[in-house]
Each structure stands twice: as structure tokens, then as C-alpha cells.
Design a protein around this ligand. Structure first.
Ligand code: ADP
Ligand code: DP6
Ligand code: CO
Length: 323
């Protein structure tokens, strides 16, 4: 039996499309910030008494269909370790599930850590990152803390994350604006699949990401929060242009998403530097230097209410312990 705690991460240069669906090899590199405030804790127990895998998320037993992605990881771990028992998986999300706040990232990182350790495997961080990738692409990066790059690679061996700066030594902060924490209608998986298959802008996106990766790594080296924020904001808008330009077109934004975007622009016009990014959901994350926190929180509280704002620092990498 083993337990793992992994934090979510928010991409500053987004992953939005797969080259290989089965192995989850992405079309492009990506780069993220792991967050301290949002995480998943997962316990896995391989038990010779069980007659099937049992998966609980937030104390709810999942049916066979909903357990599929988890069972896929358990099967990979059984193959790697030679253990043939079924497992009980008990997972708790300290993050809204399936709302565009990266629950799949913390969930599959924690699952990879707990399942491999419960099966007696001692995987390197790189191999843990590769295993987490098989559950959800963004989980590849949640093995590490701080600023993390996922190098797309070309196959299962070469597609994994690397830490860029685990202990972030400059005052970058991220504010999650909880516009809507309900389950989204279009999962990240199907949204990116239709974008790759139907958006006429997909080739341009691949070029944008290559440029943004180079630029943001320079900005990180220079500890330039404004430049990091600017690159992240542009990159997010271009990712969302892929959903609008898909066939059928769709968007993860709602009216409140646009209200928050406008508020961030207003703050900036008033000399308070901050930048926004959105994932596959209506929630907005604001990037800024912590010296501006109070002014940003005050302005957004007046619009959406203080209880829907979560200030987060950069967070740590995965922790695993055996019981
Ligand atoms: P998000 O924006 O939250 O990452 P996704 O559409 O990428 O949304 O992924 C949501 C899916 O991730 C859920 O429907 C579920 O299949 C899976 N998931 C979320 N949390 C857990 C968990 N703790 N354990 C196992 N699977 C999870
Ligand atoms: C917009 O990793 O959730 O958050 O690999 O199909 O599980 P699957 O998708 P997922 O997609 C994340 C998309 C994103 C951008 C990012 O995290 O890089
Ligand atoms: Co996800």
C-alpha cells in the first residue's frame, strides 16, 4: 500500500493536441507552473482478496466506464512489476474535478506515484513522468515542482518532463478565479482531438509554440515576470483560437470569463501589471508579481466575490510514502 500527493500545474505554454493518442505523445513541447494550493492525494493497495479494481474519487465508487483511465495505469504497473492482484484506489481531489483547473494533472501524477510504489517499483522521476503521461498528458509535468517543461519526444521513451526551475526564486504568483467549478461538457481529451483534426490553424499553432518555448525560457532565466505573463497570455489566446476555429467550433469561455479578462486589461491600463491564462474550462488564472497581489485581489473581489479567488504560490513536486 502506498500514498502519493501531487500538485496541479497550469501551463504557460499549452499542450493542445496529440501526435499519438494511445501513448499520449504530444504535438508540441509545453511548459507549466506547479501550484501549491491545488493537489490530489491518492492511496493504492494491491490486494489478493479483490476480484476487480475498485476506484474511489472523493469517496464515490466509479463504475467500469469511468474507471477506465485509472485501470489503464494499473494495468501498466502490473505489467512493469509482475504483480497480478487487483487494486483499491482511493483518491481525493483538493481541486475542482474536470473544470479546467488541471485535476487530471495532479490525479494521474499521484496515481502513477502511488500505484508504482504500492507494487514495489522504485521508478526514477523520469520514468514516473512517463507513466503519469499515459493517464493524462498534463500529468507528465506534475511530477516536478516549480517551472517544468514537457519535451514532446518521439516515442514512449523520449516523451517526459524536466524541471526548469524547481525552487522558483522570484516573486511570481498565480490567482485562480473560480468562475465555474462544475464539470465541463467537452473534456480536454476530446476538445484537443477535434482541434487537431479540424482547425485550419493547427500548423500555425505548432510554430507559435516552438517560438513561445524559446522565448519563455529566456524570460524565466531573466526572472522577467511581465514577459513570462505576456507570453503566457498570448499563448492561451492562440490555443483558444483553435477551439473557435474547429468544426464544429466551440469555446470553453463563458460570459464571466470575458468579464475577468476585461478586468485584467483594466488593471494593466491602470499600471498594475497582470496577465491571464485559461485552460479547458471557463476559469481564469492571473499571473503577476506578488507585490501587486492586494490591488488585483481587491479589484477582482469587487467583481466576482472574495470567496471565488484562490491565491497560489509555486508548488512542490510529488511526494510518495509507503504504509
Ligand atoms: P481537468 O481540467 O480537471 O484536468 P480533464 O477533462 O482533463 O479536466 O480531466 C478530467 C478527468 O480526469 C475526469 O473526468 C476523470 O476522468 C479524471 N480525474 C480527475 N480527478 C481524478 C482522480 N482523483 N483520480 C482519477 N481520475 C481523475
Ligand atoms: C488546456 O492533459 O487534461 O490544460 O492528455 O487528454 O488527459 P489529456 O488532456 P489534459 O490536457 C491539458 C490541456 C490544457 C493545457 C496544458 O495543461 O498544457
Ligand atoms: Co486535464
Amino acid at each position: 500500500m502506498a500514498t502519493a500527493k501531487a500538485h496541479t500545474n497550469i501551463a504557460l505554454v499549452k499542450y493542445w493536441g496529440k501526435e499519438n493518442q494511445e501513448l499520449i505523445i504530444p504535438q508540441t513541447d509545453s511548459l507549466s507552473l506547479t501550484l501549491n494550493e491545488f493537489y490530489t492525494t491518492t492511496t493504492v493497495n494491491f490486494d489478493d482478496q479483490l476480484t476487480s479494481d475498485q476506484v474511489y474519487i472523493d469517496k464515490q465508487l466509479l463504475d467500469q466506464q469511468d474507471s477506465k483511465k485509472v485501470v489503464h495505469i494499473l494495468n501498466l504497473v502490473r505489467k512493469l512489476s509482475g504483480i497480478n492482484y487487483f487494486a483499491k484506489v482511493d483518491s481525493t481531489n483538493h481541486v475542482p474535478t474536470a473544470a479546467g483547473l488541471a485535476s487530471s494533472a495532479s490525479a494521474f501524477a499521484a496515481l502513477a506515484g502511488a500505484a508504482s510504489s504500492a507494487a514495489g517499483l522504485k521508478l526514477s522521476s523520469r520514468d514516473l513522468s512517463r507513466l503519469a503521461r499515459r493517464g493524462s498528458g498534463s500529468a507528465t509535468r506534475s511530477i516536478y515542482g516549480g517551472l517544468v517543461e514537457w519535451q514532446k519526444g518521439t516515442d514512449d521513451q523520449s516523451s517526459f518532463a524536466k524541471p526548469i526551475l524547481e525552487d522558483v526564486d522570484f516573486p511570481i504568483e498565480m490567482l485562480a478565479v473560480l468562475v465555474n467549478t462544475k464539470k465541463k461538457k467537452i473534456s480536454s481529451r476530446s476538445g484537443m482531438q477535434s482541434s487537431v483534426a479540424t482547425s485550419p490553424y493547427y500548423d500555425a499553432w505548432r510554430k507559435v509554440v516552438a517560438q513561445d518555448m524559446t522565448a519563455i525560457k529566456e524570460a524565466i532565466k531573466a526572472k522577467d515576470i511581465d514577459l513570462i505573463g505576456h507570453i503566457a497570455e498570448e499563448n492561451a489566446l492562440r490555443m483558444h483560437a483553435l477551439t473557435l476555429s474547429a468544426d464544429p467550433g466551440f469555446t470553453y469561455f463563458n460570459a464571466e470569463t470575458l468579464t475577468i479578462i476585461k478586468a485584467v486589461q483594466d488593471l494593466r491600463n491602470n499600471g498594475i501589471n497582470c496577465y491571464y491564462t485559461m485552460d479547458a474550462g471557463p476559469n481564469v488564472k492571473v499571473i503577476y508579481d506578488r507585490m501587486n497581489r492586494e490591488k488585483i485581489v481587491t479589484k477582482l473581489s469587487n467583481i466576482i466575490g472574495h470567496d471565488r479567488l484562490v491565491v497560489s504560490q509555486p508548488g512542490p513536486g510529488i511526494k510518495i510514502w509507503n504504509e
